[in-house]
Ligand binder design. Structure first.
Ligand code: ADP
Length: 329
């Protein structure tokens, strides 16, 4: 192996050791706020609460049985939209749906319920990461048992983003060894990319995200130049207040509804190295990197799951799911 390969492996091993001696609890900030929603809440109202709090997901609570009832994410809203498309005359009913109906909606449109995996906050972070990759979950609730009542409590939720940020901030001595360029690592997806245009309808993009099971679709012009990225979370403001007819509006219109504090999109080139990607993660709120060439033409997409997969699994002998692009799919 070249010195570059050796360094790369040493850096990855360093990060893996780090993940084994830290817990999910370590990732949490000293003080944080957790919005938990009761499953008796109307779905319509839940949208407003997410928007008002500037969040895109929340744990659900079943107060009748005092149990944790899963995670609410943008996928659930996408399911409601699919339901509405399949049963358009049911708009009144859609309006009256509560969060407790989400499972019925999944059944009605024929999607498999997402497996809700949770981890104990004091288990090694490495375990939470492996579980995320295995189930393709983008976020995992930390569930503990209350010592006094013996009941489940949701401590917080950790996301791929938070974990990669935590790695980036605490492992500079390891990530600086990751000098191999994205091209050599085969990091990300470069074939059969799902893309859209500014004039496509929001509904078309939603169908693309469902079909490919992805959380973002690059928006390109007629020369395949990158203009923007439509993300699954961009669906939320589109259906605020139960205005499902707005889904026929264009991608361009929908993107103009983004919150003021939208963090922007991040790009990189195929010659960029993994260490510089970790620098970007350390400094910014990155949810994926869009790979472009010198003319700003779309080349590929590197998701946080692609990065996490590489960090955990690359070079691991015993593993069938290697670090390469999209091999899980
Ligand atoms: P994450 O799991 O981090 O939210 P995605 O669900 O968007 O990321 O990505 C899942 C897989 O699909 C990744 O391997 C990623 O490279 C690939 N992918 C992401 N977006 C697209 C797209 N628009 N077209 C094709 N493949 C994509």
């Amino acid at each position: 192996a070249s010195p570059l390969d050796k360094d790369q492996m040493q850096g990855l091993r360093g990060v893996r050791e780090f993940l084994k001696v830290r817990t999910s609890y370590d990732v949490l900030p000293l003080s944080f706020r957790l919005v938990v929603l009761d499953i008796d809440l109307l779905i319509k109202k839940s949208l407003n609460i997410l928007i008002q709090n500037g969040i895109v997901s929340a744990p659900l609570w079943d107060s009748r049985n005092s149990t944790f009832a899963g995670l609410l994410t943008s996928t659930d809203y996408i399911n409601v939209i699919q339901y509405y498309c399949q049963f358009p005359h049911d708009l009144n009913q859609v309006d009256q749906f509560r969060l407790s109906s989400l499972r019925d909606i999944e059944r009605a449109i024929g999607v498999l319920p997402l497996e809700t995996v949770s981890v104990h906050p004091m288990r090694p972070l490495y375990e939470a990461c492996r579980r995320m990759l295995k189930t393709r979950a983008r976020r995992i609730p930390l569930v503990d048992i209350d010592g006094e009542t013996g009941r489940e409590t949701v401590v917080s939720v950790i996301t791929q983003y938070r974990i990669l940020k935590f790695i980036a901030v605490n492992n500079e001595q390891h990530t600086m060894l990751l000098k191999k360029p994205v091209r050599d690592l085969g990091l990300g997806t470069y074939k059969n990319l799902a893309t859209t245009t500014m004039n496509s309808s929001v509904l078309d993009v939603i169908h693309l995200m469902v079909k490919y099971n992805i959380s973002a679709v690059p928006v390109v012009d007629q020369d395949y130049r990158l203009l923007n990225v439509f993300e699954a979370v961009d669906v939320i403001p589109c259906i605020r207040g139960g205005a499902y007819d707005e889904l026929s509006s264009t991608v361009g219109e929908a993107l103009s509804r983004r919150a003021e504090d939208f963090g922007g999109i991040y790009t990189c080139g195929e010659d960029d190295r993994l260490d510089s990607i970790f620098d970007t993660i350390r400094k910014s709120r990155v949810h994926r990197l869009i790979v472009i060439d010198d003319d700003c033409r779309l080349r590929g997409i590197i998701s946080l799951s692609d990065i996490l997969k590489h960090v955990l699994l690359f070079g691991e002998e015993d593993d069938t799911i290697r670090g390469g692009s999209g091999s899980l799919r």
